[in-house]
Ligand binder design. Sequence first.
Ligand code: AMP
Length: 283
Amino acid sequence: MRIVENVAEMRRLAEAWRAEGEKIAFVPTMGFLHEGHLSLLRTARGLGTKSVISIFVNPAQFAPTEDFASYPRDLRRDLDLSAKIGTDIAFTPSAEQMYPEGFQTCVEVGRVTKNLCGASRPIFFRGVATVVTKLFNAVKPHAAVFGQKDFQQLVTIRRMVKDLNMDVEIVGHPIVREEDGLAMSSRNTYLTPDERPIALRLSRSLELARQLVNAGQKDAGAILKAVSDRISEGGGAVIDYARLCNTETIEDVEIVDGPTLLALAVWVGKTRLIDNCVLGGEP
Ligand code: AMP
C-alpha cells in the first residue's frame, strides 16, 4: 500500500490510473479504524480496480467546544489494517495540505443539513461537504462509499454530488454493529465500562420502535415517546435528538407510512453517540 501525504501527488497518481482505465473506489474516514470502516473498504475493493482510503481528522467539521483535539488517532494501526485489506493507497494529508494559508472557500448544502446533526452542530455539514469535495478533487474517484451510520451525511453527500454535477457514484453501506447491537464508532473508545451498557439503549430503542411499527403503530409522537423513555430509563443518558424524518428530505414526519428514518443522538457521559434505522420498509 502506498502512503500519500501530498494533494498534488495524489492527483498525479489518480490521473495515471484513470489514463490506464482503472476504476477508483474511495472511502473517506477520520481514522481510528474499526470493523465498520474495514467493511466499507472491502466494499470499495469490490467496486473498483483500485481502492483508496483517506485518513484525515477534519478540523473544519468540529466546533471549538468539540472533541477535535482528543479525537482518537492511531495512524500506524490504521495503515496496517488498510494494507491487510488490500487497499492500494492511504491518503493521509496534513491540515496544512488541506487548508493552506489563505483558504477561504466552502461548500454549503441546503435544507437536508438543517435538521438532526445540522441543528445540533451548525458548522458540521459545511465542514463535511467542503472536505469531501476537496478529497474528491484529490482522489478523483469513480465511486465513493459512505456508511448509513451517518445517514444525514450520506443524504447530504448524494445531494451535493447531484447538485454540483460531480462525476462520482455514491454507494451507501449498512451500519456495522458490535455483537450486542452497539453501532461501531471510533468514539466508542471514550465510553467507560459503566457507560457501555447505557450506550446499548440506542440500538435497543431502535428495535423497540421497529416492534411498535410492525404492530401497527404509525403515530410519530407515540413512537418517539416510547424511544425516549427507553433511552432515559435508568438515567445516565441525555437525548440530543430523537426524530422521525423523511429519508430524502430529512424533514420531520408525523405519521410513519412508508420508509421513515428514526435518527438518534444521545450523550452518554462525555460521549455523543448517534444511531438510526429506517422504519416502515427500505428507503
Ligand atoms: P468516520 O471515520 O467516523 O468519519 O467514518 C468514515 C466512514 O465510515 C463514514 O462514511 C461513516 O458513515 C462510516 N462508518 C463509521 N462507522 C460505521 C459503522 N458502524 N457502520 C457503517 N459505516 C460506518
